[in-house]
Design a protein around this ligand. Structure first.
Ligand code: NAP
Ligand code: 3JN
Length: 340
């Protein structure tokens, strides 16, 4: 029988993602018994609030997870590598937002709208991985199409908000914009180049194959979540001067023919998707509208006439919510309802 309420730890509680995880637990009325908010030693003693009551932030240590049922991690890859096994050993199920465990064959990589059934695999290591934000919104939009028409190839270019880099990048875009508008010289601390009024075709580190790690995350994670290694995928990931919500231009080639109308109808009934597509009224998804929302918005659905059976579309979602915090809390909901 499922427990009625759960002891939940949030590791990285003071960060951009951790903050939204706390908000999602509150908004979605997750059945919390006690919470524990964890961060680095520099935040220990700070106060955050949960359901109107103050909660003191504690330093994350190996002992932080005793008597916890679920731990939501968003404190970076090295922290997850080090502390997730300790948390799992304490009997707590970890839902990890970093890339540390995503491609581990013993760790499920879950987007609830796509592969909720994979949550069952948590018993192998006590860890469930949350995918990269750019992957999440792409698979939410593409999985229904793959199931009905079969996707052969994906070409994706992203337009990613600075909040994907954390609080410090939100501050950097604000300060650089203010400095430039005052005719002052802005400082570049977070990115190798100015982000204000600019675009950087560079997210995460460059790899030997010339792609960035973010681009290869999209390729490998998509195949794992959609459970199909035959899909050919190529990605270009770009940072743009937007605060919240990632946008993606996606081109797909399908095995079976599909018209834009077929895709529009299919996605109108798809879980977690909202079709926003009426070019006659200049209606299409935009980051300013997706920010603060949990759905994945799809528009500009049109035929690609340059090749057989191809469709172009534009996909936008809040990277910190559906791309990270909401997806993690949705996984916690599946876990708590069906498995704990
Ligand atoms: P952030 O705003 O910089 O916050 C980082 C959080 O981690 C803070 O709470 C920080 O605590 C904590 N932290 C850092 N080092 C720590 C340590 N050694 N021990 C304990 N806590 C530590 O970053 P963010 O944007 O929230 O992202 C956090 C992580 O989430 C990323 O590194 C990434 O792995 C993951 N993430 C995933 C996605 C996704 O696509 N699903 C998107 C964004 C981020 P202090 O405040 O005390 O420093
Ligand atoms: O840059 C973005 O828009 C998403 C960033 C995600 C991120 C940032 C730092 C470390 C990740 C991630 O989730 O892949 C990681 C990580 O590798 O854990």
């Amino acid at each position: 029988m499922s427990k009625k309420s759960f002891n939940v730890a949030v590791a990285g509680a003071t960060g951009a993602v951790g903050n939204q995880m706390i908000a999602c637990l509150e908004e979605r009325n997750f059945p919390v018994n006690t919470v524990r908010f964890l961060a680095s030693s520099k935040s220990a003693g700070k106060h955050l609030t949960f359901r109107g009551k103050p909660v003191i932030v504690e330093e994350l240590t190996e002992n932080s997870f005793q008597h916890m049922d679920i731990a939501l991690f968003s404190a970076g890859g090295s922290t997850s590598e080090k502390f997730a096994p300790a948390a799992a050993k304490s009997g707590c199920v970890v839902i990890d937002n970093s890339s540390a465990w995503r491609m581990d064959p013993q760790v499920p990589l879950v987007v609830p709208e796509v592969n909720a059934h994979a949550v069952a695999g948590y018993t192998r290591k006590g860890i469930i991985a949350n995918p990269n934000c750019s992957t999440i919104q792409m698979v939410v939009a593409l999985n229904p199409i793959h199931r009905k028409f079969g996707i052969k190839r994906i070409v994706v270019s992203t337009y990613q908000a600075v909040s994907g880099t954390g609080q410090k990048a939100i501050v950097e875009l604000t300060q650089q914009t203010e400095a430039l508008l005052r005719q002052q010289t802005p400082e570049n601390k977070v990115y190798p180049h100015r982000i204000a009024f600019n675009c950087l075709p560079h997210i995460d580190v460059f790899l030997d194959n010339g792609y960035t790690k973010e681009e290869m995350k999209m390729v490998n994670e998509t195949r794992k979540i959609m459970e199909d290694d035959t899909i050919r995928i190529t990605a270009t990931t770009v940072r743009v001067p937007v605060f919240y919500s990632h946008s993606e231009s996606i081109n797909i080639e399908t095995r079976l023919p599909a018209t834009p109308d077929d895709i529009c109808k299919l996605l109108s009934d798809a879980p977690g998707v909202k079709v926003v597509d009426d070019v006659k009224t200049n209606t299409y998804p935009m980051p300013i509208d997706a920010a603060g929302q949990d759905l994945t918005f799809v528009g500009r659905i049109r035929q690609d006439d340059s090749v057989a059976n191809a469709i172009n579309m534009w996909v936008v979602a809040d990277n910190i919510r559906k791309g990270a915090a909401t997806n993690a809390v949705q996984i916690a909901e599946i876990l708590s309802t069906n498995y704990l």
